[in-house]
Write a protein that binds this ligand. Structure first.
Ligand SMILES: [Zn+2]
Length: 393
């Protein structure tokens, strides 16, 4: 045990500290001191690049407050999570912050019914500390290596990227992915991994996305990278942070849906510059793609700008509603979610749901013998195929 004082942080703070330390949010590469923090909060710029709020460490809690008010320049502090040392910080200075102003900078509001505001508020103390630090967090180095390996293997020159929650993966996502592949050598899909519960479990989403990538896309064109969605990506400036991250991972392009929340919110703020002007400075190509809908007259997936039939013929890919279907155990229509993906997710969400699965297989499904053990995933797949069989004549 060292005699160092200790600061207690959480995994969300650790992940963010690691991201910055790995250079993935460059030009921000460390904690800002009082002067830098003040400048960034006032100008929303850092080293010539738009950066919406200061990057600081101000963990909450009584113990932390005592530590933060007693340490001085040159002290070494251990960064702790649940009794484990996860890093070390050499104190440069400590300074008080205004939590309300900070929340406003991150989320554009400090309305406490906003889930992000509530979450960050609970984690944010009144005193920040700056200084050089190190953290143990192998995940990011893994990601960087995996991307580099894939580039070496495929000789990819132009790398595109896409941020996806895939909650759940729907047909419109698939279309966006295909479009992104068709004009790049390699597509990195950053799959958002939130710190808060809600939505589908990450492993279930990852599995469903992998099922699609492995079975329905060309080989060696797509790489799925977990992307820990910490508070810095939760605000209304999310798009800028996404663009910085993608660029620092080596991507040349970020594909964004035109209905992306970050775009609309950004324009509502009536900033002087559009987000695209900002991204010019970030030096990554932002490509917007139209919103896709299913048209019951075209009988296919169309973009709202290329189909003449109008709203009342369109089925929207509304993730929350599709999620509600799945969470109720219902199979979403195949025009919304691919059957392989639905089957994969339902089997994961409702394990051992049927008392006598083999018998149900045997009595309902054509061509299945009692001898072969059928998985629940197989059962859903065949059931969906049956749903699609309509003719009785
Ligand atoms: Zn149409």
């Amino acid at each position: 045990m060292s005699n160092n004082k200790q600061l207690y942080i959480d995994t969300e703070a650790l992940s963010t500290l690691a991201l910055v330390k790995a250079g993935l949010i460059a030009p921000v590469t460390g904690l800002m001191n009082a002067q830098e923090a003040k400048e960034v909060d006032e100008t929303q710029m850092y080293k010539g690049v738009p950066f919406p709020f200061s990057f600081i460490l101000a963990p909450t809690g009584e113990k932390n407050h005592q530590t933060l008010t007693s340490i001085k320049e040159g002290d070494v502090v251990d960064l702790m999570i649940e009794g484990q040392k996860v890093g070390e910080l050499v104190v440069e200075e400590t300074f008080t912050i205004d939590p309300e102003q900070r929340l406003n900078n991150i989320y554009g509001t400090y309305d406490q019914t906003h889930p992000g505001v509530k979450n960050t508020m609970a984690r944010l103390g009144k005193v920040a500390v700056s200084g050089e630090y190190t953290v143990n967090y192998p995940l990011l180095t893994d990601n960087i290596n995996r991307i580099q390996k894939m580039i070496n293997k495929t000789g990819a020159k132009f790398i595109s990227s896409l941020m996806l929650a895939a909650n759940p993966l729907n047909r419109a996502h698939e279309r966006m992915i295909r479009q992104a592949i068709s004009d790049s050598d390699l597509l990195i899909i950053f799959l958002r991994k939130p710190f808060t519960a809600g939505g589908l479990r990450y492993d279930i989403r990852h599995n469903a996305l992998t099922t699609f990538v492995d079975n329905f896309l060309p080989r060696n064109k797509v790489l799925i990278i977990p992307f820990e969605n910490s508070y810095i990506f939760a605000g209304f400036n999310e798009l800028i942070l996404d663009a910085l991250l993608a660029k620092n991972y080596g991507c040349h392009q970020l594909v964004v849906g035109k209905n992306h929340g970050g775009l609309g919110l950004y324009y509502d703020k009536n900033r002087l510059n559009s987000v695209f002007d900002h991204c010019k400075e970030i030096d990554i190509d932002i490509k917007t793609v139209d919103e896709y809908v299913y048209c019951d007259t075209c009988k296919t997936l169309v973009s709202t700008t290329t189909c003449p039939h109008g709203q009342h013929h369109h089925v929207h890919y509304h993730s929350e509603s599709i999620m509600k279907l799945i969470q109720s155990g219902l199979i979403p229509p195949s025009i919304l979610v691919r059957k392989e993906v639905s089957a994969n997710i339902l089997a994961a969400l409702f394990p051992e749901r049927f008392e006598n699965l083999q018998e149900m297989h045997y009595s309902l499904m054509p061509g299945s013998g009692l001898l072969e053990q059928q998985s629940e995933e197989q059962f859903y797949l065949k059931l969906i195929e049956l749903y699609q069989t309509s003719s009785l004549t």
